[in-house]
Design a protein around this ligand. Structure first.
Ligand code: GLN
Length: 201
C-alpha cells in the first residue's frame, strides 16, 4: 500500500533528533526506537552517531541487542552513521574492553581512526553512486572501514584510499554524518531499501 514508510531511529544515545528531522523532511514517518516492540513496528532503522560503546551497553541493558541482530538477519534495512557504522560491523577494532557490535556487514571498522590530532574535519567527498554535487562530509571522531568483504559495495573513499561509505544489501553505513549537513541523498537511498522491503512482504 502506498503511504509514508515507517522508519525508526535507535534512540538510546547519539544524534537522534537530526536523523528524525531529516527523515520527516523526506516524507517518512520517523519514530524513536528504544524497546523491542517499537523495533517490531518499523520497516527500517537508523543507528545514529554518538558513542558506539554507550549505544552497545544500553542496547544490552534494554534487551535490544538480540532483537536488532534478529532484525538484521531478517534483512531489515538499516543505515548507520559513524557510531552506527561501527555497530553494523562484523569486526570492530579499537573497541573498549568487552565492546560488542550488532554486526551484519562483512567489514572491519577501526574506531577513532583519525587519532586525537584530527578529531573532526569536513571535506568534499565524491560519491559516484550519488553523482553531483559531491557530498559535504563531516567527520567527528570517525571510524574507517579497513576491510570490506566481496559482497560489500564501497561507495566512497578518501584520497588516501580509506573507505568511508559502504553498502551490503539492505545495510548502509557512512563514517561521516550527512544528517548534520542537511545532505539527504544517503537517507533517500536508505528509504528506497525500506520501500523495497515493504513491497516484498
Ligand atoms: N568515536 C565514536 C565511537 O566510537 C563515534 C563518533 C561519532 O559517532 N561521531 O562510537
Amino acid at each position: 500500500m502506498a503511504g509514508s514508510p515507517r522508519v525508526g531511529v535507535l534512540a538510546l544515545q547519539g544524534d537522534v533528533r537530526e536523523h528524525v528531522a531529516l527523515l520527516v523532511g523526506l516524507g517518512a514517518e520517523a519514530v524513536l526506537v528504544r524497546r523491542p516492540e517499537e523495533l517490531a513496528a518499523v520497516d527500517g532503522l537508523v543507528i545514529p552517531g554518538g558513542e558506539s560503546s554507550v549505544i552497545d551497553k544500553l542496547s544490552r541493558a534494554f534487551g535490544m541487542q538480540e532483537p536488532i541482530r534478529a532484525a538484521i538477519s531478517a534483512e531489515l534495512p538499516v543505515y548507520g552513521t559513524c557510531a552506527g557504522l561501527i555497530l553494523l560491523a562484523d569486526e570492530m577494532r579499537d573497541g573498549i574492553g568487552g565492546q560488542q557490535s550488532f554486526g551484519g556487514m562483512d567489514i572491519a571498522v577501526r574506531r577513532n581512526a583519525f587519532g586525537r590530532q584530527t578529531e573532526s574535519f569536513e571535506m568534499s567527498l565524491d560519491v559516484p553512486m550519488l553523482g553531483e554535487p559531491p557530498v559535504h562530509a563531516t567527520f567527528i571522531r570517525a571510524p574507517i572501514v579497513e576491510r570490506a568483504g566481496d559482497a560489500v559495495e564501497v561507495l566512497a573513499t578518501l584520497p588516501d584510499g580509506g573507505i568511508v561509505a559502504v553498502r551490503e544489501g539492505p545495510l548502509l553505513g557512512t563514517s561521516f554524518h550527512p544528517e548534520v549537513d542537511g545532505e539527504t541523498r544517503f537517507h533517500q537511498v536508505f528509504l528506497e531499501s525500506v520501500r523495497e522491503y515493504t513491497s516484498g512482504r
